[in-house]
Design a protein around this ligand. Structure first.
Ligand code: PXP
Length: 253
């Protein structure tokens, strides 16, 4: 089994938003990623529209409608409602009809996602949302920490997949932390448990060219979504070459 690479385009939009106009063009850069072989594109629209805007979501949805086998993944907090020109997460998903929705428990003022769901608290509220997303034809993935009881609850509330939050792994890897092996064992156990109970397994956050390969040694990761480091690598390597470098790791293990 190889791992699918979904390129997160948030940071391209962030650069675009620092000036008036449409430069760099998010859709054009999405197309470069696809031409380089990416398996899918990811966006994480937020109510403050700090990077991806609703119109980007719709334009990418249109682009991907014509591409067989390429997945569109929209991440975000499903409880984020309409504000200003942001129609709300669920309204946006209803319009864009992505292949996959990755639900994330982040608040509006968070810099970035930094923890998985606590489904003992939020599971009941997610059930009807997951059912609605299924009715729209979306696969539903929940952003989770590598915690077996929580993963059982992800199955119970109707998720199809989990996305393992890899921030702590990336931090331990960078620090050459002595707990890295134990942490990787937790992720390995979480991934194999999820698969045993019928869930697919994605992973994401702070993955980069240094730490991705070791993470994928845990096996059975269906998809990684990568944005920040890949965009930084693209500054040196060019976007197409950066995508190919990540793909080499995803397909090579
Ligand atoms: N997964 C989720 C749920 C995220 O919020 C993000 C960041 O938008 C990512 C994956 C990708 O993280 P990174 O940009 O660090 O690669």
């Amino acid at each position: 089994m190889t791992t699918q690479l979904s390129v997160n385009l948030n940071k391209i939009a962030l650069i675009r938003n620092s000036r008036e106009g449409n430069y760099p063009d998010v859709v054009h850069h999405g197309q470069i990623c696809l031409d380089a072989g990416a398996d899918g594109l990811t966006v994480h629209p937020r109510p403050d529209q700090r990077h991806i805007r609703p119109e980007d979501v719709m334009a990418l949805s249109e682009l991907l409608e014509t591409k067989d086998g390429i997945e569109f993944n929209i991440e975000g907090n499903p409880h984020a409602g309409a504000t200003g020109r942001y129609p709300g997460f669920m309204a946006l998903v209803q319009q864009a009809r992505p292949d996959q929705c990755t639900l994330v428990p982040d608040s509006d003022d968070q810099l970035t996602s930094d923890h998985g769901f606590d489904l003992t608290r939020s599971g009941e509220a997610l059930k009807p949302i997951i059912a609605e997303l299924h009715d729209l034809g979306c696969r539903v993935s929940l952003f989770m920490d590598p915690d077996l009881e929580q993963i059982d609850l992800a199955r119970a509330v109707g998720a199809d997949r989990i996305e393992l939050y890899t921030g702590p792994y990336a931090a331990a890897h960078k620090a050459h932390n002595s707990e890295l092996d134990a942490l990787l064992d937790r992720y390995r156990l979480a991934a194999s448990h999820a698969r045993e109970i019928g869930l697919g397994v994605n992973a994401g956050h702070d993955l980069n060219l240094d730490n991705l390969e070791q993470f994928l040694h845990i096996r059975g990761i269906d998809e990684v979504s990568i944005g920040h480091a890949l965009t930084v690598d693209a500054l040196q390597m060019g976007l197409a070459a950066a995508v190919r470098a990540y793909l080499k790791i995803c397909k090579g293990h």
